[in-house]
Design a protein. Structure first.
Length: 157
């Protein structure tokens, strides 16, 4: 009896994976269009003043630590740069680097794992960028992590 339950469970998991994969392919096309439009919007509405983009690059499969990095990064930026976010001087972008339209970032920023990248851009292009690689060192100390993100963003403003 246990053999059949295990087999049934495997079949159901396989069916769920096939369903989710096909749904993500359909959704992925719409998301790709939205991401391209979003990128164009960022570039088209740049003022003469440089803009700081806080990227969090993740993969499709995400562990609790990766989710924590994302939430702490967003929280750190929103807490300390609310006015800059409102004015459009700072932006937060959460991107899956495994999606086709984002895959170039792995080469552009030499990404090997989930990463927080700061990018300073102007209407003429990217001025500079930095991989905040100490996120892995500070992930278990929320205060250190938050201070690190905030001080690095502040240095780019």
């Amino acid at each position: 009896m246990g053999f059949y339950k295990a087999r049934y469970r495997k079949i159901m998991v396989l069916v769920a994976v096939i369903f989710l994969t096909s749904a993500s392919l359909v959704y992925g096309e719409e998301e790709a269009v939205r991401n391209v439009d979003s990128a164009r919007a960022v570039l088209s509405d740049l003022s003469k003043e440089p803009l700081v983009i806080v990227y969090y690059f993740h993969r499709a499969v995400r562990c609790s630590t990766c989710m924590k990095i994302e939430s702490l990064t967003v929280m750190a930026v929103e807490m300390n740069f609310a006015q800059e976010l409102k004015e459009g001087k700072v932006r937060i972008k959460l991107l899956n680097m495994e999606e086709d339209q984002n895959s170039h970032f792995e080469t552009d920023y030499q990404l090997t794992t989930q990463s927080v990248i700061l990018s300073k851009v102007s209407e003429s292009g990217e001025m500079k960028w930095k991989n905040l690689d100490k996120i892995w060192e500070y992930i278990h100390d929320e205060d250190m992590f938050t201070n690190y993100i905030q001080s690095e963003v502040d240095s780019y403003l």
